[in-house]
Design a protein around this ligand. Structure first.
Ligand code: BJW
Length: 228
């Protein structure tokens, strides 16, 4: 990677697919059996909190049972060995990047194993079911919700992401369909600031035409080959 010092990587559900976690928009994907407006909007949560809590209870159990695959591990190696700036922005709520050894990880859509108290704003690591309406360990209120960014909500740490994109020499997108903003627009932001842009995905995405280069295939093969 000659001449490259600052790297920003964006990952999506495709990087965890080979760890057994479903993507969203595939034919048998998560949105197939769970209408998005019911389980991934604040309005859906207000209408039927128990349904939404159950959906994330199931996801939490699946995350805990999954293992990182060679793509997560290759990015973990790259993070540990890269002395320049490195930011791994993930849209995923699983913790497979961390368990694959990455440290400079930013979860822009939240974390499945975290719960957020709407009463006192505290965040707590949460591996148990939330659907039982447990009390917040900080304030005692039964106001815990999944620490997830739903449609219509502001993704986390956007200032830090835009700052990293402004300084990136290389932007790499892995396993994401490019269907959801603002993440889908990062490639254009990075390119406008002069970064080279590379996409690694199983198939052409909605944003493929915006990248300098697209390599098609499974993340568990493409990512280790790119990092090597
Ligand atoms: C493989 C593989 C293998 C398979 N190897 N690849 C501009 C225009 C239009 C609309 C909007 C806009 N700006 C905002 C909006 C509204 C909205 C939006 O984008 N709507 C669209 C539907 C159009 N966005 C929002 O509401 C966001 N908030 C927001 O914009 O706030 C205002 C704001 C303004 C300005 C600046 C900043 C903010 C919030 C979005 C929240 C998304 N939440 C979800 C659910 C929560 C997390 C969870 O439950 O897990 O996040 S939706 C869901 O989609 C999830 C994902 O993170 C996200 C992206 O999906 P992803 O990861 O791309 O998965 P898939 O399934 O779509 O694709 C998988 C890909 O992998 C495929 O391409 C496969 O081919 C590939 N693949 N196996 C490699 N083995």
């Amino acid at each position: 990677m000659t001449g490259i010092r600052n790297i920003v990587i964006l990952t999506g559900a495709g990087i965890s697919a080979e760890s057994g976690l479903k993507t969203f928009r595939a034919e048998d994907g998560l949105w197939e059996n769970h209408p998005v407006e019911e389980v991934a909007t604040p309005e859906g949560f207000a209408r039927d909190p128990a349904l939404v809590q159950r959906f994330y209870d199931e996801r939490r159990a699946q995350i805990s049972a999954a293992q990182p695959n060679p793509a997560h591990e290759a990015l973990g190696r790259l993070d540990r060995e890269w002395s320049g700036d490195f930011l791994l922005v993930t849209q995923n709520i699983d913790d497979l990047h961390e368990r694959g050894g990455a440290r400079r990880v930013l979860h822009m859509h939240g974390e499945g194993l975290s719960a957020w108290c709407r009463a006192c704003d505290a965040r707590h690591r949460w591996e148990e079911p939330l659907s039982h309406g447990p009390a917040c360990p900080s304030c005692g209120e039964a106001a815990m919700r999944p620490d997830i960014v739903w449609f219509g909500e502001m993704p986390y740490q956007m200032d830090r992401i835009f700052d990293a994109l402004a300084r990136a020499d290389l932007f790499v997108s892995i396993g994401t369909s490019g269907a959801v903003y603002p993440a889908a627009g990062f490639v254009q932001q990075a390119a406008a600031n002069g970064a080279r842009t590379l996409e690694l995905n199983l198939e052409e995405s909605l944003g493929s035409r915006n990248f300098d280069e697209t390599r098609l295939g499974a993340a568990s093969e493409l990512v280790p080959a790119w990092v090597a």
